[in-house]
Design a protein around this ligand. Structure first.
Ligand code: CAA
Length: 261
């Protein structure tokens, strides 16, 4: 499939940059954009052996301004349900990809756009980013994982405040409440995202992947089962070439040369 609305680039260090690319409509996620995203995530990403994937938006205004309102407005109930199902599948593919993802939020991240950022593992926002869930202003509510993923990050009260008011917050407020992990000057955003991605990429890939599974799956379990999962995964991690290399390199006072096995 030739991509029209997303753009993928692989950079040195096994870093990928995936840009939502419909700047005229603030990168709103149309059906076609979601199809391209799914094609990329299911059929291209697994072959790329990336260590980190960065999501961002084209143009200087938006990360993603949400689902495509013009398209949604023409949908009947069944088409809307299929659109929601499809978007859920795409966001689950992002969340469950073994390697970490970073949302580099370069402007508006609204509705489905903020939900996309929340499906990523780590969020960095530029100073001009604006985040929020304006769906109630349209007569719907965040339905691409927003009510669930946001609640897990912010807790019930803050989520309800954001979702019920539909008001946008700036990046400093997003940082204060834990909706993003870092805020950086606009012109530093991609450099910071790359630098974070490269820091992660230097570490044992198997260890990072297993830590992601332990954190994501464990956070959905009761503590006892989650701790059991952690013990199992860290033991599997110990039984690996990367662990031998990491510990040997430390003792030999050199940088490790991980192979991901
Ligand atoms: N869908 C489709 N088109 C959109 C869009 C969206 N989500 N957001 C912006 N656009 C389009 C505008 O219609 C406009 O198109 P035209 O030039 O053809 O008129 C273009 O992008 C530029 O937008 P504005 O002129 O509105 O730009 P602005 O700077 O004045 O305002 C904004 C920026 C505040 C982000 C405003 O565009 C806006 O409020 N957008 C909608 C945000 C929104 O409601 N998102 C939630 C969508 S619903 C959803 O995501 C459901 C879900 O849970 C999955």
């Amino acid at each position: 499939m030739k991509f029209e609305f997303i753009k993928y680039e692989k950079e040195p260090g096994d870093i990928g940059i995936l840009t939502m690319n419909r700047p005229k409509v603030l990168n709103a996620l149309s059906w076609q954009t979601l199809r391209e995203l799914r094609e990329f995530l299911e059929n291209i990403l697994p072959k790329e052996s990336l260590k980190t994937l960065i999501f961002t938006g084209a143009g200087d205004k938006a990360f993603v301004a949400g689902a495509d309102i013009a398209e949604m407005n023409k949908m009947n109930d069944q088409a809307f349900q299929e659109y929601v199902d499809f978007a859920h599948r795409v966001y689950e593919l992002i969340e469950n990809d073994p390697s970490p993802s970073i949302a580099a939020i370069n402007g508006y991240a609204l509705g489905g756009g903020c939900e996309l950022a929340l499906a990523c593992d780590i969020r960095i926002a530029s100073e001009k980013a604006r985040l929020g869930f304006p769906e109630v202003k349209l007569g719907i509510f965040p339905g691409w994982g927003g009510t669930q993923r946001v609640t897990r990050v912010l807790g019930l009260g803050k989520t309800k405040e954001l979702v019920f008011t539909g008001e946008m917050i700036d990046s400093q407020e997003a940082l204060r409440i834990g909706l993003v992990e870092r805020v950086v000057p606009n012109d530093r955003l991609m450099d910071e995202a790359r630098s974070l991605a490269l820091t992660i990429a230097k570490n044992g890939p198997r260890a990072v992947r297993m830590a992601k599974t332990a954190i994501n799956s464990g956070s959905e379990m009761d503590l006892q089962r989650a701790l059991l999962l952690e013990k199992t995964l860290v033991s599997l991690c110990f039984d690996s070439e990367d662990r031998i290399e990491g510990m040997t390199a430390f003792l030999e006072k050199r940088k490790p040369n991980f192979n991901g096995n």
